[in-house]
Design a protein. Sequence first.
Length: 324
Amino acid sequence: MDLVAGAGITYYFDHPGGRDYDPNLFLHLSLLYKASERLTFDVRAFAAYQAQPDVTSALSANRRLGNFFRSEDIISAHYRWTPRFSTVTSYTFSALEYQNSAASADNRLENQLGEELRYLLFPTTTATARYRIGMTDYQTSGRNPINQTFTAGVEQTFGPHLNGTFRSGLQLRAEQTSPYFEAGLHYSFESRQSRSGTGTYIIWTNRYSIEESGTGAGSGRETFRSNLLLNYRVTARISANLNVSYQHGSRAQDADIGFTGGTGGGGENVFDLSPGVRYAVTPSLAVNAGYRYTQLDRGSTSTIASQALSYTRNRYFAGLTFTF
């Protein structure tokens, strides 16, 4: 079992909205239970209450809409039928709720069932085939679009430091059909990471899929996401990190309701850059400092006024992290 939880506030000396602070609470829980030699249960839970949007996640709008709560919980059962063949049955529950009544149209609940077949082709190569079906429930509009995803791929270990995951297939949502693709690489420069995760490593993930558009109309939007995380251990006490995220969302549309949103150019682009440094004063106490730049470009025209505004944001931060 692994549990990470935190709580804090961001204080503003001069906030245009008149509020002095933003809340920031989060929880990550993972639990792995081996019921038998063949059967393993895995539980992963995430919950957060915050004000700033998270442009690296599909479970958040790209613009600031006030305080909101989000959660994603996954329960899965891994059963090994033979030394080479196994299956993973999973259930995922997601929730997004904004405190501001003006943003309540974005509130939604998501339920998803998945089944994955896994076959060990070689000691370093596993072939996978997966099917997922889910329903999104928009609380105010009553829209309940159904999503289905069919994928096939491989999980490959290239060496003691590098491994990757590659999947592609087809996604169906209401009356929309789109190719689905995801790929990830994880390279560790060290054989093992430190307790605080300050080792030297690179994680790069990419995905192209239909996501909720965030317009409050229950529409889907084809979106490409790419996230790059670099963590470099300078010394035993000092480490530096860099997060780079890019997102391109095409024009949002849903044939069921004839809705078309987005920009006149047919999409929006989000770029997010966040470098930072960490100094470990003690094994439990660390000093952090960093900078975050976010740019969202929606073009000049839109059928939804609230979606028409592009923005850039610069944030500088410093603080302490205490682990116990």
